[in-house]
Design a protein around this ligand. Structure first.
Ligand code: NAD
Length: 316
């Protein structure tokens, strides 16, 4: 199989890329190293993939490049490139979100339309739900994002659906819920918490810590992505990918404290606009259509992430 992975230097994209290469597939990886975090971190994410001859890295900006050559001959296009994160999507940051989440997706879909044949698997987000009225949340709940980030992820999801309906593209969208594990982005809570614990600083918790998240281990997300490439799923399907055991942020900090070996001090700040109170995925549809079953719980996954944080701290 030949796969295109957009956002291959990112957190989720780099794990997926290695998994595909390890199974003997050819991977074309695209990334433009946008400025959401350090280029050095993203280059490090790519180190293992670059050792494979079956990996081709293309440093293209999807919002600018000619994408036809990239998608031609691919069996699956995993579209994970995006401007992620809720908090920086307000104000002047919004331009980047529209560009990297909406325009880039539309250009990629045009390229697939011109060179048909690949299934497109789009990495969407639980943030499309906003303050969901029902928990756990099913995919047929009407999305109502409460952040500009969520709005752009939903817009891209609708674009994916429009190209399926109008041009017969074979597409599906996976809504990921709070992904964690080694290489998690530095703006995300667990990486920030691990770095604070290493520096013996208090953990910056925005809000009262009672917010719940359906934390999903990155290995489980990769499994879902792999299943989504070949499963006999109706085009245009939208599927939740969650961890299956929503936990409060305070509860997660207690687990991390156990792994670190001491209680972790916390410095509280205000809950920022756009952050939702609770998320919980109903994963029944992914279970039925993909055979998706998350296997790594919060403690086991956090153990992996803490080990990664420790080993990264030793590197220049
Ligand atoms: P990430 O920032 O680590 O990876 C995204 C990558 O996309 C980056 O390396 C970036 O340089 C690249 N990129 C951005 N714009 C690009 C463009 N125009 N052209 C080429 N490359 C571009 O983020 P992540 O956490 O790995 O997220 C991956 C995907 O999963 C995103 O679509 C995100 O919205 C989605 N998602 C992530 C989470 C999570 O918890 N991490 C949750 C829900 C959804």
């Amino acid at each position: 199989m030949r796969a295109l992975v957009t956002g291959c230097a990112g957190f989720i994209g780099s794990h997926l890329t290695e998994h595909l290469l390890g199974d003997g597939h050819d991977v074309v990886g695209v990334d433009c190293f946008n400025a959401n975090y350090a280029r050095a971190d993203k280059l490090r994410n790519l180190e293992r993939a670059r050792a494979w001859d079956s990996f081709t890295f293309v440093p293209v900006d999807l919002a600018q490049g000619d994408l036809g050559d990239l998608v031609e001959g691919c069996d699956v296009v995993y579209h994970l490139a995006a401007e992620p994160g809720v908090r920086t999507s307000w104000g002047s940051g919004f331009d980047r979100y529209v560009r990297n989440n909406v325009t880039a997706t539309q250009l990629l879909l045009e390229a697939v339309r011109a060179h048909p044949g690949a299934r497109v698997v789009y990495g969407s987000s639980s943030s499309v739900y906003g303050q969901a009225a029902t928990l756990p949340t099913r995919e047929d709940v009407v999305p109502a994002p409460v952040s500009p980030y969520g709005v752009t992820k939903l817009a891209a999801e609708h674009l994916v659906g429009s190209y399926a309906a109008s041009f017969g593209l074979d597409v599906l969208s996976l809504r990921f819920f709070s992904v964690f594990g080694p290489r998690q982005r530095p703006d995300m809570a667990f990486t920030a918490f691990c770095r604070a614990a290493l520096a013996e600083r208090p953990l910056a918790v925005l809000g009262d810590g009672g917010q719940t998240r359906d934390f999903t281990y990155v290995g489980d997300v990769v499994e879902a992505l792999r299943q989504a490439a070949t499963a006999p799923v109706p085009s245009g399907s939208v599927l939740n990918v969650g961890g299956g055991a929503p936990t409060t942020l305070g509860g997660a900090i207690d687990v991390l404290g156990d792994l670190v070996g001491r209680p972790l001090a916390v410095a509280r700040g205000e809950q920022p606009p756009g952050d939702v109170r609770h998320t919980a995925a109903d994963v029944g549809r992914a279970r039925e259509l993909l055979g998706y079953r998350p296997t790594t719980d919060l403690r086991a996954g956090l153990q992996q992430q803490w080990a990664w944080a420790l080993s990264s701290a030793d590197r220049p």
